[in-house]
Design a binder for this molecule. Structure first.
Ligand SMILES: Nc1ncnc2c1ncn2[C@@H]1O[C@H](COP(=O)(O)OP(=O)(O)OP(=O)(O)O)[C@@H](O)[C@H]1O
Ligand SMILES: [Mg+2]
Length: 274
């Protein structure tokens, strides 16, 4: 299948997004652009700001500064339902599935097709349709989610988020804790989302997964943008250097040294992280 032209249509744009928690600068001046039919991976070390960025997009946190544009219109994502209404779906790392409920019940939880009486047949048909569109390998939709594999659960969580017809889907560590075969299944699924024209934002720690499926990689380091790379042309070493800060140039290193020489008297000297 030919991919949609990813240069033509940016669906989501962040400019200058800043978020602090008290004295912690979780995000500083972050830019991010996601096109239709494009998979953008966000990578970075622990505490780099990845989850905070996801939560700003999902309406869990409000940015202190910066603008968010969706479909070329500036938007304010006040709460999670505002994000969903816009067309931004988020699959959080914990998936938020109900273990004891079956696949259909999980898919339609909170949005049962008829408000007063659950239309079981219609919901089951829609569930099969949706899973079929995603080529999901789920044997039956009437088994509890507890008995599904990690990859199948991820599939159910993604399928559920598609019910609202989003234009952008955010996946927080979709392959963490999955085996090789299940990871491959989820990566296939991400490719199918791209083929459907969705913009996909994928948080990942796994360089192989990023290289396998992403079009672009955005590196966050200490809450700031530290590089945007085209996956086709970047090496894993370059990405890792941006994550760890090894690629900082001489000017940045000099600035770090100056900061180290004039420590805040209120802060005790800790080990050097650089
Ligand atoms: N609700 C909060 N209150 C205070 N500080 C927070 C809060 N959420 C995040 N932080 C801080 O913001 C910074 C960025 O955290 P964030 O969780 O976004 O990082 P991350 O890149 O997702 O890391 P990880 O890979 O460990 O999940 C960290 O210093 C973290 O301690
Ligand atoms: Mg996180």
């Amino acid at each position: 299948m030919t991919q949609p032209d990813r240069t033509s249509s940016t669906v989501l744009s962040l400019r200058g997004i800043t978020k602090t928690f008290g004295a912690v600068n979780a995000l500083t001046d972050i830019d991010l652009h996601v096109g239709q039919g494009e998979v953008v991976a966000i990578v970075g070390d622990n505490g780099a700001g990845k989850s905070t960025l996801v939560k700003v997009l999902a309406g869990v946190h409000r940015a202190d500064h910066g603008t968010i544009s969706f479909d070329s219109n500036e938007v304010h994502i006040a709460d999670p339902s505002a994000a969903i209404d816009l067309g931004i779906a988020t699959v959080f790392q914990d998936l938020a599935l109900c273990e004891n409920l079956n696949v259909v019940q999980n898919l339609f939880l909170g949005r049962e097709l008829t408000p007063w009486r659950l239309d079981e047949v219609q919901m089951e048909t829609r569930a099969w349709e949706l899973l079929g569109e995603l080529s999901a390998r789920i044997p039956t939709v009437r088994i509890p989610v507890a008995s599904l594999s990690g990859g199948q659960r991820q599939t159910v969580a993604i399928a559920r988020s598609l019910l609202g017809h989003p234009k952008v889907i955010i996946l927080d560590e979709p392959t963490a804790a999955l085996g090789v075969a299940q990871t491959a299944e989820v990566l296939d699924l991400i490719e199918r989302l791209r083929e459907r024209g969705l913009g996909v934002v994928m948080i990942s720690h796994n360089m192989e997964d990023v290289r396998a499926v992403a079009d672009r990689v955005v590196v966050l380091r200490l809450g700031r943008n530290n590089g945007v790379f085209d996956v086709a042309t970047v090496s894993s070493e370059e990405i890792i250097a941006a994550i760890t800060g090894a690629s900082d140039n001489a000017v940045t290193r000099r600035r770090h040294r100056r900061t180290e020489r004039t420590p805040d008297p209120a802060v005790q000297e800790g080990p050097d992280h650089d």
